[in-house]
Design a protein around this ligand. Structure first.
Ligand code: SF4
Length: 362
């Protein structure tokens, strides 16, 4: 990068600041997000990788994904599993299947399992079923001693307390946008504030938080900057961005998926702003073929690792690369090695979790 005094190019000056982890102004962040020259974008990605290396060396984390119930009481306009979508075949995995899939994921070397469901009334409105779910998490925790993430949508504080007691480490609940007007268009009849407040509550009781945004849904550059600010206020431990994929038989089915460079630039800027945090490269958007670019932009967690032939679905690209095994660690590890990266070991992931622990947590 050279000495800042010798830099005359605006992008170099901003990236130099980022490299030394000086706070960037909103205008500087905007400038980076709007970069259009290939060389400038490549420079930004290099700095993002430099910062990733500074905190994580060449280690990458694997997250197993278990979408155990695709039932939902909500009607988000962007989502395949919205309640009104009658053409989608839904499933709810039973205890035996969940245990078996968890075991398979753990044996494959994932560092964490993300248990995801829609806001399924079967669990959220029935104490007995919910208790069974908590017991299942406790059992998995005791048996396998693996970090767990839950992505159950907006749930009560009592349920969050129970997750914590069951040994869950993470609460993932993506706002998708922090522009309240846009939020209302995306998450129909759902409270913006309640969704945010649940994350603050979860943080308070010692759960780690993943916050995420969806792009290509009508957001502006300023909305992205606003989301970064919210992620900072939330002190999110993991920050994610995903490109919108139009879903059949939904109000947004005729929208066009955004150019991927938009997501990639946001990943890179996230790395500059949150250098020591986890940033996913999701297999759910473009499958295995989209992995290289996301890692090159500074991501350090590969999410949505799904065992083949278990009847499991992804979220945005519900079937892509699942049954042919391309979302498995066996397939991904050689690819990482080829690119001078490698999977972290269990201890390295747990050491990172410990670093994020605050007094009184866990
Ligand atoms: S995004 Fe989540 S809450 Fe919204 S409809 Fe889909 S599964 Fe339900």
């Amino acid at each position: 990068m050279g000495n800042v005094m010798l830099l005359s190019n605006k992008v170099d000056i901003i990236l130099e600041k980022a490299m030394y982890e000086e706070e960037l102004t909103s205008d500087e962040i905007k400038y980076l997000l709007l970069l259009s020259e290939k060389d400038d974008i490549a420079k930004m990605f290099r700095v993002a990788r430099f910062l990733r290396y500074k905190y994580f060396k060449n280690k990458i984390f694997y997250y197993g994904f278990l979408y155990f119930s695709t039932f939902c009481r909500n009607n988000c306009n962007f989502c395949l599993y919205r309640k009104s979508n009658q053409i989608v075949q839904r499933y709810r995995k039973d205890k035996k299947e969940i245990l078996e899939i968890s075991e398979q994921l753990i044996a494959s070397g994932v560092h964490l399992i993300d248990f995801t469901m829609g806001e399924d009334p079967y669990y959220l409105l029935n104490d007995e079923n919910l208790e069974e779910l908590m017991n299942l998490f406790k059992e998995i925790k005791t048996k396998f001693n693996i970090p767990l993430m839950v992505s159950p949508g907006v749930v009560s504080e009592k349920i969050l307390d129970n997750f914590k007691i069951a040994g869950v480490n993470w609460y993932a609940c993506y706002q998708e946008t922090h522009n309240k007007k846009l939020y209302q268009k995306l998450r129909i009849n759902q409270s913006f504030n309640e969704r945010m407040e649940k994350k603050f509550y979860a943080k308070k009781i010692g759960l780690l938080i993943e916050e995420g945004i969806l792009v290509g849904v009508g957001e502006t550059v300023d909305d992205i900057i606003n989301s970064f600010e919210n992620m900072k206020i939330l002190d999110a431990d993991q920050v994610r961005v995903m490109s919108f994929i139009p879903q059949r038989n939904t109000p947004m089915e005729n929208w066009i998926s955004p150019q991927r460079i938009w997501e990639l630039k946001i990943i890179a800027v996230m790395r500059l702003l949150f250098p020591d945090r986890l940033i996913p490269a999701s297999l759910d958007v473009d499958g295995f073929s989209g992995l290289k670019d996301r890692l090159a932009a500074g991501a350090n967690v590969i999410t949505s690792i799904i065992p083949p032939r278990k009847g499991l679905k992804g979220v945005s690209n519900s079937e892509l690369d699942i049954d042919d095994g391309k979302r498995s660690t066996d397939f991904i590890t050689p690819f990482l090695m080829k690119h001078n990266l490698c999977p972290a070991n269990k201890e390295e992931y747990e050491a990172w979790l410990l670093k994020r622990k605050r007094p009184g947590d866990f």
